[in-house]
Design a protein around this ligand. Sequence first.
Ligand code: NAD
Length: 510
Amino acid sequence: MVESKKIMSVGHLIDGNIQNRSGPKLDVFNPASGYVSKQIQLATKETVDEAITSAEAAFPEWRNTSPIKRARIMFRFKELLEKNADKICQLVGEEHGKISHDAMGELQRGIENVEYACSAPEILKGEHSKNVGPAIDCWSELQPLGVVAGITPFNFPAMIPLWMYPLAIVCGNCFVLKPSERDPSSTLYIAKLLHEAGLPKGVLNVVNGNKETVVSILNDKRVQAVSFVGSTPVAEYIYTTATANGKRCQALGGAKNHAVVMPDADIDNAVSQLMGAAFGSSGERCMALSVAVVVGDEVGDKLIHKIQEAMKNLKVGKYSESSNDFGPLITKEHQNKVTSYIDSAESQGATIVEDGRNIIVKGCEGGFFVGGTLIDNVTSDMLSYKEEIFGPVLQVVRVKTMQEAMVLIDNHEYGNGTCIFTRDGEAARYFSDNIKVGMVGINIPVPVPVAYHSFGGWKRSLFGDLFAYGPDGVKFYTRRKTITQRWPSNGVREGKQFSMTSYGSTDLKN
Ligand code: NAD
């Protein structure tokens, strides 16, 4: 079904302009109504080639543009993002389905990455040592890589691209972005705003598309590095292929984030934090808390009871009603996948305490909704525990000790985020020090690092060595060059040297 007779076609942004290309297209849905709202043009190899050629042509001038000038464009970009925030959130809501206040939070987090990118002159200063030898100075500088690419998921169409290209660009690179094919419009609109802010053409190109488009990017020798965020099987494929093709790669994958609730925790606080962290954005967050690990049956029973009570007030519906807590899932297929995980938990012996499988949202009967679901007595051998559900489903695993909780978490294949609710500082310190997870919260349910730290998981939640954005992002998007220089003067000259020296001396005592 289509939403209106006039279906808009979403093109690409190449060489500073929106470009429409004939060829294959894919439907984009309004997930709250279930109708097709737009069609996205899928970039062919030729279109990807155009984008990379444009980026390559822009690079020589851009790499020599002073960092302060690059940063000034980011300052203007930040202002435009704030000015157009409502429009951006509307585009996110229409295609992703998340509620406007949630979209605003996402955008705010994205803008913080633009703010960090504004510090380009500071972060690119490099290191300098004078007189490392007689009349010899040494310095290290951070040079851009050239053309770099980003491939992003559907769940944060505004924020995740902003993790990547503002920083890559202020570091002097030119960028080719391939956003999610599910909700491309806000990403494209934001990229246009950056051009309005004064970005020269070719420095940022956006190609819309799916798997074939990604393959063309991965196979192009001119692309020096790839940042990826998405599911683990695709992250692993991207990392393996990109590195086999000689590219630098960071590929962030899926997650299963556990919250440990200790017997001494402030239960009311834990309940209200868990509600938002499990059900916010319909659980379609890589940092969503999808498993509560309760230490002891007493705290388990109390927690379940209080969450069940709180769930009676959950409001599910359209993005535009700000009193709603969360919206639909992204596609019909994903809705079916989420309900099938609930089915499997039930058939494997878990207790469905609150069931969101048959929810009907008035006025949105064709939408891809699953209501808030709470499942007790989940065990580590169940499919719904092992795999990422990515829906509004909170599972409860009961354990006897904190140690048992930590073994459970460490044994899970994912290691993106985790948190502990406790009043015991010693336990919290032991937990954060030893748990095998990349981002840890102590009484913080969704510990997404601020833009001037970096974001990433451990185990199969990240392929590559460097986290996304922040200081690790700078390392990822630059290449270090170290220069040692002598300008002989005042008779300071060295004769022939056949031995390995520390400049000017082979004598360990001098
Ligand atoms: P996805 O892996 O299906 O898609 C991500 C991107 O990869 C999209 O641009 C898509 O077009 C492309 N893609 C999909 N299949 C491909 C293939 N076979 N070959 C090449 N490219 C392909 O992920 P999604 O459904 O858009 O997003 C949800 C997933 O992303 C979840 O698993 C979630 O945990 C993860 N995620 C992780 C983080 C993180 O920081 N670790 C953040 C957000 C989302």
